[in-house]
Design a protein around this ligand. Sequence first.
Ligand code: AMP
Ligand code: MG
Length: 412
Amino acid sequence: MTLESCVITEKKPLLSVSQAQQKIDDAIFPLNETENLPLKDALKRVLAEDVFAKIYLPTERNSAMDGYALKSSDLNQNETTILKNIGISWAGKPFEGELKTGECVRIFTGAVLPENADSVVMQEKVEIDGENVIFSAETKTKQNVREIGEDVKQGDLLCALGKEITAADLGLFAAAGISEVCVKRKINIIFFSTGDELVALDSTLKSGQIYDSNRYLLAGLLDDKKHNVVDGCVIPDDKNLLEKTLVEASKNYDVIITTGGASVGEADYVKEILARCGEVNFWKVAMKPGKPLAFGKIGACYFFGLPGNPIAVSATFEVIVKSALTKLEGANFKSVWQIKAICKSILKKSAGRQDYQRGILSQDDAGNFSVISAGKQGSNILSAMSKANCYIVLSADCAGVQVGETVNVILI
Ligand code: AMP
Ligand code: MG
């Protein structure tokens, strides 16, 4: 990139966070490839097709209680009734036969009701006298029966395409006898750190060197059952090597994420390489931390060039990359819930960019949320990030927050 083009780009107004999110949404197309998985391996994967019920749930009328099954027509109105206990219906071993007038059957939770029974009376509500069961005048009828299909009817849509499968879905599918599901394939992601100053954790630091924290941070952020993630290690600030590595990686992965070298310093080559080898969709966003953020494509591979500072990596991942990966995975859009909280710290802010300040959110006994600053807000301050449980989102035009003001936070 020449100095001239750099200056021209600087003059353009920065993209707002929502404009950047929209550009990503327009540019990313969900993967088409799918795979069939046994149910036990399907947690948190994205359904590639609608799942319908092949059976009714419950499939048979059964008891919701331990008690006695009877025909309501056998109970006397407003007086005690004595019925003869003629057998037992166990869960898994139904009573075979019908109730004749004056009869009842001992029944347990989940056991199938005799065909002509329509009520189960809880065992706590009856008295036993040998083979007779005594029902009081207050006995309620037509209770404690689970009807066929009251949960799910045959042919009902259980879950729609695009849903991320939850533990509850696994339970629902299993109950409906579904042993295999068709899901979107995992996305293949490789990430790199860039920078001559970065060294591995097992080396002794020389002057000017720092440990590479971003790759650990990113590995944590990317940990997801929908991803195959490869740590591509550190690339030094060597333009040719960087270019060669990124172009090679673009042939084998769906997504490349780099950190560092995305700004306008002498050793910041990422955007230049992206422009030469692929397409730059945008490379700056009006957010803080995280202004230099290159998004584009190299061949068919999506590329995210995140800033170098670890806090900017976290924030841009949360705000920009995460929803992009969701779209690529073919998963339904997940809205990020903003919580309103009373701010109990003074927050400094210069107008112009949307801030994601690190905060600590808490809830009092009455259920009210309040938030304090997690500490220093520099984009290198990892200790505050580690203490934080939320981002305090301050809009671009906000010029600071006083104690007692209401702010929006998003949970991390
Ligand atoms: P850069 O965007 O390459 O100019 O980096 C901005 C800042 O982030 C510099 O202080 C870098 O040393 C720091 N930085 C870049 N990459 C990493 C990393 N992988 N781990 C920790 N700090 C980093
Ligand atoms: Mg650098």
